[in-house]
Design a protein around this ligand. Structure first.
Ligand code: AHM
Ligand code: MG
Length: 339
């Protein structure tokens, strides 16, 4: 039970004050993202009322149909960050290339645009029409180049270099989760005052769970080790708390969020058709891996730690095993046994 009334901005400022060399820019950048997400939340809530649903007719770089709300969310996030002046490049799941940005002003004798932001503006967007939770995922890195607009090298850093990451779920309430390396904290949007208020401080995921989340319709395409793992979770055995329950919304942010709070393992593995699974390293896997590790969980490809993957391209895909530590380790054991 939280007994202090704290807004998101107050919380991030307090956290940044603990770091002597901090300039406050990361707090401002996070506040820009929160503002953009509040605007997206409003639009998501009104999606059934205004003529915004449906396809634009375009395809995104992944070859998937783009919905109007995705475009809207993408534009709001990009424009908010452009005007904030703290980043030298934005990388969006909806854009083929990264967008380099000029320095806007000099702050304390140093450049202001020292961060990079990657985001998936509206994850799970195929669920919009069905009123199922969708979300925004974001990830922040420090630039490695020395000034001017950001470069591809700035954008392609390992997940372990993230300085902050988070997501917003647009669900029964709008909920923001973030970490800047000092634990994972959750804020619920109070729509009457328009503020994200601290509701979940220092979230820790249970070490072992009773829930798995996977698109089991793909069973016939999985490797033997993967099939054996899911078969194992479904067997009855009181001592190991089996069978597990299955929970799959088909909206990564929603599935991840439930598992973060209650415990669980989310899996999008490689299969016969998709050698690297479906999810994107930079926009989905890395930010959620950062959060889960901060919350005491684990994230891997089934073989290696997500955060240590050297990215090759902005849109590369990666198999994802993420959630309660012991469950992810067990999955890794099953995959190792098939080799
Ligand atoms: P999106 O970013 O285009 O919305 O796609 C990612 C989504 C995830 O939210 C979800 O976990 C996954 O795709 C569901 O895929 P599938 O329908 O194959 O189970
Ligand atoms: Mg997505």
């Amino acid at each position: 039970m939280i007994n202090k009334f704290q807004t998101f901005y107050r919380h991030i400022i307090d956290e940044e004050r603990k770091i002597p060399e901090a300039t406050g820019q990361l707090s401002d950048l996070l506040a820009d993202i929160a503002l953009a997400c509040k605007i997206i939340s409003l639009e998501v809530n009104r999606a059934g009322l205004i003529d915004i649903l449906g396809f634009t007719g375009d395809e995104n770089v992944q070859g998937e149909a783009v919905k109007k709300l995705d475009v809207y969310a993408n534009d709001i996030l990009t424009n908010t960050m452009k005007s904030g002046g703290h980043i030298c490049a934005v990388c969006s799941e909806e854009e083929e290339e990264f967008i380099p940005l000029e320095d806007k002003y000099i702050l304390n004798n140093s450049i202001s645009n020292k961060y990079i932001c990657h985001f998936d503006p509206l994850d799970g967007s195929s669920n919009i029409e069905a009123n199922i939770s969708i979300g925004t995922i974001f990830s922040i890195y420090k630039r490695v180049s020395q000034g001017g607009p950001g470069t591809l090298g700035d954008c392609l850093q390992k997940g372990i270099e993230q300085v902050a990451a988070g997501y917003v779920v647009y669900g029964s309430s709008t909920f923001l989760v973030y970490s800047a390396g000092q634990g994972v904290h959750g804020f619920t949007l109070d729509p009457t005052v328009g503020e994200f208020l601290l509701s979940h401080e220092n979230i820790q995921i249970p070490k072992k769970s009773k829930t798995y989340s996977i698109n089991e319709g793909n069973y016939c395409k999985w490797s033997k080790g993967m099939q054996n793992f899911i078969d194992y979770l479904k067997e009855e055995d009181k001592d190991t708390n089996r069978p597990y329950s299955s929970r799959y919304v088909g909206s990564l942010v929603a599935d991840f969020h439930r598992n973060l709070l209650y415990g669980g393992i989310f899996i999008y593995p490689s299969d016969k058709k998709n050698k690297n699974g479906k999810l994107r390293l930079m926009y989905e896997a890395n930010p959620l891996a950062y959060i889960i590790e901060q919350a005491g969980g684990r994230a891997s490809t089934g073989k290696e730690r997500i955060l240590e993957i050297e990215p090759q391209t902005l849109h590369q895909r990666v198999p994802l095993f993420i959630g309660s530590e012991e469950d992810v380790m067990l999955a890794e054991k099953f995959l190792a046994a098939e080799e």
